[in-house]
Design a protein around this ligand. Structure first.
Ligand SMILES: C[S@@+](CC[C@H](N)C(=O)[O-])C[C@H]1O[C@@H](n2cnc3c(N)ncnc32)[C@H](O)[C@@H]1O
Length: 254
């Protein structure tokens, strides 16, 4: 089989969901793609930015679709670049924030395919921000932990226990399979009154947000029937969206 001399990979962060939240550099890469390999959380609207003749291959996890292992995605990326040329690997948020992007770049480079990283706006920061929650605030939070709820073996991350005991803003990704366990960690750390928020489908028209405290957030989300994908936020900053300044910003309707 002939080797396409233009073989290369751009690992592009698509942002949190709103197609307008991709970077200009990411958009330009898409517009020169010979093939796009995309995930479930990358905006489908962005696919129309790729040239009409380029291949569009879904490699995410979704009911009714073949589930790709990470190894299979790595091989497909390299093979597609060899056959077609410029492959854009389009991932939700930022490819290096719980995105396995580094593994894909490493595999490409080991196989002689040049790969570049084009950052994206991570849901970890943008989804809280769009819900009126700044992840840091001069007077309220001097740091922010971005933690996954689930380790590769499916167990609850030990980092989460440390994060729950800290004064940092804690942003939990991939937490929707384990909300009671996560909330229990904060309660055990004496944080029952800590402001908390659960934010689903941030940046999209169907976004939903539930605000409360550690002690009542589960009850509130249960009533709303919130599901995945969702970001959980814990910390004093989660109460900010209730303040007057935020109401003014929201009503300005920018
Ligand atoms: C595999 S991680 C990928 C994160 C991504 N690389 C990023 O930087 O946003 C997927 C998790 O990101 C979060 N997520 C991504 N997009 C989201 C959105 N629009 N609204 C809420 N949570 C989102 C959810 O916690 C989801 O389970």
């Amino acid at each position: 089989m002939s080797f396409n001399p233009n073989a290369r990979i751009s690992l592009v962060g698509a942002g949190p969901g709103d197609p307008e939240l991709i970077t200009l550099k990411g958009l330009r890469a898409l517009q020169t793609a010979d093939a796009v390999l995309y995930d479930a959380l990358a905006s489908k609207a962005l696919l129309s930015e790729a040239p009409r003749e380029s291949a569009r291959i879904f490699v995410g996890k979704r009911k009714g679709h073949k589930t790709w292992s990470q190894d299979a995605i790595n091989v497909l990326l390299v093979e597609t670049a060899r056959q077609r040329g410029h492959v854009v690997r389009l991932k939700g948020g930022d490819p290096f924030v719980f995105g396995r992007g580094y593994e894909e770049m490493e595999f490409a480079q080991k196989n002689g395919i040049p790969a570049q990283y084009i950052p994206g706006i991570s849901s970890a920061v943008a989804v809280p921000g769009l819900a009126g929650i700044p992840v840091t605030h001069r007077n309220l939070s001097r740091s922010c932990w971005i933690v996954t709820a689930t380790c590769s073996d499916g167990s609850l991350s030990a980092d989460l226990r440390q994060a729950a005991a800290s004064d940092a803003t804690v942003v939990v990704l991939m937490g929707w399979s384990k909300p009671p366990e996560i909330i229990a960690l904060f309660a055990a750390a004496g944080k029952s009154a800590l402001p908390a928020a659960v934010l689903q489908n941030g940046s999209l028209p169907e976004s939903r947000a539930v605000y409360g405290r550690v002690e009542d957030i589960l009850q509130k989300t249960g009533r709303m029937g919130i599901g995945s994908p969702a970001v959980l936020v814990f910390g004093p900053v989660a109460a900010l969206r209730e303040n007057e300044l935020h109401r003014i910003v929201q009503s300005a309707n920018f």
